[in-house]
Design a protein around this ligand. Structure first.
Ligand code: ATP
Ligand code: MG
Length: 430
């Protein structure tokens, strides 16, 4: 560790263009109540960083020396949550303010007592600490700034203000040690570079470090997956990830430089920018698509075309099971993914009789979006995507005509003959 200054720099927030007015009123209320009860309370982390950057914070987190139970006692509408450590959620209508108690990073002593494995991984980091200790246990300097909305002051123990000014992402302390303590910080380093556009020096993402991500529980990696890819900067994050050995560990089945994946990341960012819903299932469906297809193909050639339907189901299940061991997606996402994959076959070669039913499928919209991405990536003829686009807005007669117009090969194909995945059922309409 570098030498840690004992005192924090205390600065007026006003000249830094941060004012109480930019803070969520509920967060100001939480700080006021805690201080009123004699505790210390500060806004901390991402919200302070984003305010200083002139960006609108996603949410407001509060740090305090009150224990979770004490916080719970002060706010009627609050509850304790958290798997790794206890935090308190204070509820205001639909808004939730997260309150966490100052914690310290386990020191050498604690490690010897079994809080970390021999390789430095922290197993338990829930020892309470002082404000100062709380600052130093955080990951990056820009994430360790505290703001008091009443005094309108900012507290900086780690040089975070300077790093914000210089657009620099810097680990607090020794980068390698901080990564050894918690390899997820590798992903966080990527995430904040993507989100903030800040540079990180130090050669940190080597393959040994990436391998250590295997020690992280798959459920935690799913949380990181959603933060990384569903926050509006997925394309940038994926690009950065591709320059590291990390995809080989987290997504061993995803081919490098895959165009479909790239397009899906960009599409996800666009949807978020436009306020449209996004789901991790869609991205996982894209990431595992090639793997699924290859497995289905292998099974089909092993067992013959007669079992085409079975091969697809088995291939989907095995591809998902293997990925779930690394990133534990909840079951509902697996179902979603299988539905989207399954529907591709029918969308790519529509059989006239099935078209009306397909249009009513719950997952039609997602499967159609997937099909359009495949068309953009050159995996499907654009005409088939256009056909599905047109039929959704066609009049009843128009729709019948379009269905009648499907090429004869598609109309005659029935039963399992239709299980091929090529873009065969293309329309002559456009
Ligand atoms: P965002 O606005 O994108 O959510 P954030 O900085 O709030 O960014 P969170 O993941 O919400 O990121 O974490 C909140 C704060 O908790 C961080 O700013 C950081 O100070 C601290 N933190 C979170 N995860 C870690 C970690 N693995 N190691 C050390 N500190 C962490
Ligand atoms: Mg946050």
């Amino acid at each position: 560790m570098e030498t840690e200054p004992l005192a924090a720099a205390k600065l007026d927030a006003k000249p830094l263009n941060v004012s109480r007015k930019q803070v969520d009123a509920n967060a100001v209320d939480v700080v006021a109540k805690l201080k009123g009860a004699g505790f210390q309370a500060w806004l901390v982390g991402g919200c302070v960083r984003d305010l200083l950057l002139g960006a609108r914070p996603k949410d407001f987190d509060v740090a305090t020396n009150a224990t979770p139970e004490q916080v719970r006692g002060l706010f009627r509408r609050s509850r304790l949550v958290g798997r790794r450590f206890k935090i308190t959620h204070v509820r205001y209508g639909r808004d939730v303010i997260e309150v966490s108690t100052f914690r310290k990073a386990p020191s050498g002593d604690l490690r010897i007592n079994g809080n970390a494995k021999a390789n430095g991984l922290i197993l338990r980091d829930n020892a309470y600490g002082t404000l100062r200790e709380d600052a130093f246990r955080r990951d990056f300097t820009v994430n360790a700034l505290y703001y008091d909305p009443h005094e309108e002051q900012i507290l900086d123990y780690v040089g975070g203000l300077d790093d914000i000014k210089r657009q620099r992402l810097r680990f607090i302390g020794d980068a390698r040690q901080r990564l050894r303590e918690d390899p997820v910080r590798l992903l966080r380093a990527i995430r904040f570079q993507a989100k903030l556009g800040f540079g990180l020096d130090a050669a940190w993402a080597d393959s040994r470090m990436a391998e250590r991500l295997r020690e992280i529980p798959a459920a935690r990696l799913f949380d990181e997956f959603t933060k990384m890819f569903l926050s509006g900067y997925a394309a940038k994050a994926w690009h950065l990830l591709e320059g590291t050995p990390i995809p080989g560990v987290l997504f061993p089945a995803v081919p490098k430089g895959n165009r479909l994946v790239q397009l899906a990341m960009e599409n996800t960012d666009r949807r978020i920018a436009n306020g449209r819903p996004v789901t991790p299932g869609f991205l996982l469906a894209v990431l595992l698509w090639e793997d699924f297809r290859a497995r289905a193909q292998a099974l089909r050639s092993q067992h013959g075309a007669a079992n085409g339907e079975d091969a697809t189901v088995l291939a989907a299940q095995s591809a998902l099971a293997d990925q779930r061991r690394i990133i534990a997606m909840p079951r509902r996402h697996s179902h979603f993914i299988q539905d989207v994959w399954h529907l591709q076959r029918h969308l790519r070669s529509p059989r006239p009789k099935r078209v009306p039913k397909l249009l009513r499928e719950t997952r039609f919209r997602a499967a159609y979006d997937f099909l359009l991405l495949c068309a953009d990536a050159g995996l499907v003829e654009p005409a088939i995507g256009q056909w599905w686009t047109d039929i959704q807005t066609a009049s009843d007669e128009g729709r019948d005509a379009m269905i009648n117009d499907l090429n004869p090969a598609a109309r005659q194909r029935g039963g399992r003959g239709g299980s091929r995945q090529g873009g065969r059922g293309k329309s002559r309409q456009r």
